[in-house]
Design a protein around this ligand. Sequence first.
Ligand code: C2E
Ligand code: CA
Ligand code: CA
Length: 359
Amino acid sequence: VTDVLARLGGDEFAIIQTGCHDQRASSIDLASRISKLIAEPFQLQGHRIEIGTSIGVALAPEHGSDQEQLLKKADLALYRSKSAGRNCFTLYDEAMSAELEARNTLEGDLRDAIARCLFEVHYQPYFDVQTGRRRGVEALVRWRHPTRGLIPPDLFIPLAEETGLIVPLGEWIIRQACDDAISWPADTTVSVNLSPVQFKQAELFDIIESALRKSGLPPERLEIEITESVLLERAVENHAFMERLKSIGVSLALDDFGTGYSSLSCLTAFPFDKIKIDKSFIGKLSKRHKSLAIISSIVTLARGLGMSVTAEGVETREQLEGLKTLGVNFAQGYLLGRPVPIDELNDQPQSYRSRLDAA
Ligand code: C2E
Ligand code: CA
Ligand code: CA
């Protein structure tokens, strides 16, 4: 027997394998042979070239008997291979369809929630380590789901980014944060997280400016938090955008510092005012000497570059004391205050000393 090979378009191909004794074993055998063959390096005009391939497999009649169904399921399996990295193959299973369905439901719910504004911005304070005074709060979004309750951002921001829904959602968050911040004392800054997808949006600057104008919040009281993943692409445009924000008085913080690849070059290439050390370093602070060395050198580095340093994820008094000794400027974490709705925030004392004493 001969198999049928077809090109579906672009770099996508399909093979119909027929007449096998054991479908699973034969398809796995074929897929691994193809993977191996394609992975072999070859010469092209004097260059050594290496490519990979991702494969998804569906079986007939087990997974369906019409063409559309089979291709759809093979495609789902293919997606799994692609997200696992290159050079692998995946056999379809029913859980993949269930997952797709759950994702589609979530996406539908998310669209609906944006239309109906079912989100809340909670605020987590951060404090000056030396004086104990509150210096600002970070805006952290939550989704008030009608049946599932309050959903944390990790569970919907990635989907919002994939689907582009982060653009309207992000705009709402910026406006809400500025509107809320105007009611706080003049020395309290509000920090808003921006996703890489928002960064590609041409109107982002106008949205920020309009949120400031409409709320009346002085730009000096708005801080934008970005992770370095934002900066990897379109460096020239991003740089210009950041300079524009700075020119009107908005400040910039590099979030999750220490978790990426190019942190150091980011710091000199982009006009940041602040570094936020990722909580993974703070969590290890009491146990591991290496974290101490890392934090201490970040503080030195930041000082040299004229930037301030926030430690996030501060959960114990020991950590807070350690950070104080190391010269970190600001601290944020469950020890000092969890993210809370605005009413609760407004009831809190504005210095962490009184909070800790009360605790
Ligand atoms: P992030 O920007 O690193 O925010 C800090 C996260 O750490 C928050 O989680 C906060 O609740 C949590 N956290 C604060 N103190 C402590 C602590 O002492 N210990 C521990 N273990 N965790 C602490 P949250 O609110 O679930 O947010 C998760 C992530 O979702 C954020 O990480 C941010 O990347 C993203 N996110 C949240 N709000 C927004 C938003 O409005 N826009 C965008 N684009 N992303 C957002
Ligand atoms: Ca953040
Ligand atoms: Ca962070």
